[in-house]
Design a protein around this ligand. Structure first.
Ligand SMILES: Nc1ccn([C@@H]2O[C@H](COP(=O)(O)OP(=O)(O)OP(=O)(O)O)[C@@H](O)[C@H]2O)c(=O)n1
Ligand SMILES: C[C@](O)(CO)[C@H](O)COP(=O)(O)O
Length: 265
């Protein structure tokens, strides 16, 4: 029995607006996808034999596979690592489709699957360990999350309203939502492999359409009526979506101590 991680990196990053696909955009001189894979490897380091990280599968845009191999190779991450094999596969047109493509290549003995966004490049190792630990403790689906700190209001959107679009007319408030029960969900999300396979099989029909695809894997599990559990996330696991997010991540990275262990990965 072992653990595998799917690192979703096949998005274009339209909101970041970088010339490269977002996962190849540099953060402190290193591509986001390299940071993300290193973070998962670090979280799995020193695990018990049953939690050995057997496989990391990176999903990349179908027309950019050589660049992803090259970026990972340059960081010493392509091919077999100490105890982890790393593969790059073509992702899908949605995040859900990309995760399905990663799941399809996992070997049969993997019984725990982490799904992690390359865009959450700086997730701390403790978060990774917490998620694996909660799955091993018997929760079939586990997400790291943070409490919401802003006041949250639901607004009435017109049919043609693009989310986030600026509009001098504004939007009417429908209600203020009780935020005590709300959580902002991060990755890696951890799953019993059988449950994640079943959730993706049930959601397969929606994987090609961004309008109806699930925005996270736990959502597919919820649609099966199966429980999902929340553990503590971390601010450093914030999703890098906009240039501002990338600038903040640069500050977080600059504030971290240099790697001490001579790790050449
Ligand atoms: N077809 C897709 C779309 C997204 N992702 C990945 O899913 C994560 C979350 O997506 P997001 O941050 O929204 O990335 P993009 O879709 O690239 O961003 P944008 O919406 O700004 O284009 C990212 O690591 C992204 O690479 C993926 O693997 N396959
Ligand atoms: C999986 C995720 O990061 C959890 O917050 C998020 O749902 C990804 O959403 P996106 O629309 O693909 O950025």
């Amino acid at each position: 029995m072992s653990v595998a991680a799917i690192v979703t990196a096949a998005g274009s990053g339209s909101r970041l607006g970088h010339a490269l696909p977002k996962a190849l955009a540099p953060l402190g001189g290193t591509p986001l996808v390299v940071h993300a894979v290193r973070a998962i490897l670090e979280g799995a380091r020193g695990a018990a034999p049953a939690d050995r990280l057997e496989r990391v599968v990176v999903t990349a845009p179908a027309d950019r596979l050589p660049e992803f191999h090259q970026a990972l190779r340059a960081a010493g991450l392509d091919g077999p690592l100490a105890e982890t094999r790393l593969d790059v596969v073509a992702g899908g047109s949605t995040r859900q489709g990309s995760v399905a493509a990663g799941l399809a290549v996992l070997p049969p003995d993997v019984d725990v699957v982490l799904v992690h966004d390359a865009a959450r490049a700086l997730v701390p190792a403790d978060v990774v360990r917490r998620v694996i630990g909660a799955v091993r403790a018997g929760h079939g689906a586990v997400v790291p999350a943070l409490a919401v700190t802003d006041t949250i209001k639901r607004v009435g959107l017109d049919e043609d309203d693009a989310p986030g679009s600026g509009d001098t007319q504004g939007w009417p408030v429908v209600e203020t939502v009780a935020r005590e029960e709300l959580r902002a969900v991060q990755t890696p999300q951890g799953f019993a492999r059988e449950l994640l396979d079943r959730a993706h099989a049930a959601g397969r029909g929606r994987a090609h359409d961004e309008a109806v695809a699930a925005s996270d894997d736990a959502g597919l599990v919820e649609q099966l009526g199966e429980p999902v559990w929340v553990v503590a996330g971390h601010a450093d696991a914030a999703k890098i979506t906009t240039p501002w997010d990338l600038a903040v991540a640069g500050l977080v990275l600059a504030g971290r101590p240099p790697q001490q262990d001579g790790d050449s990965r």
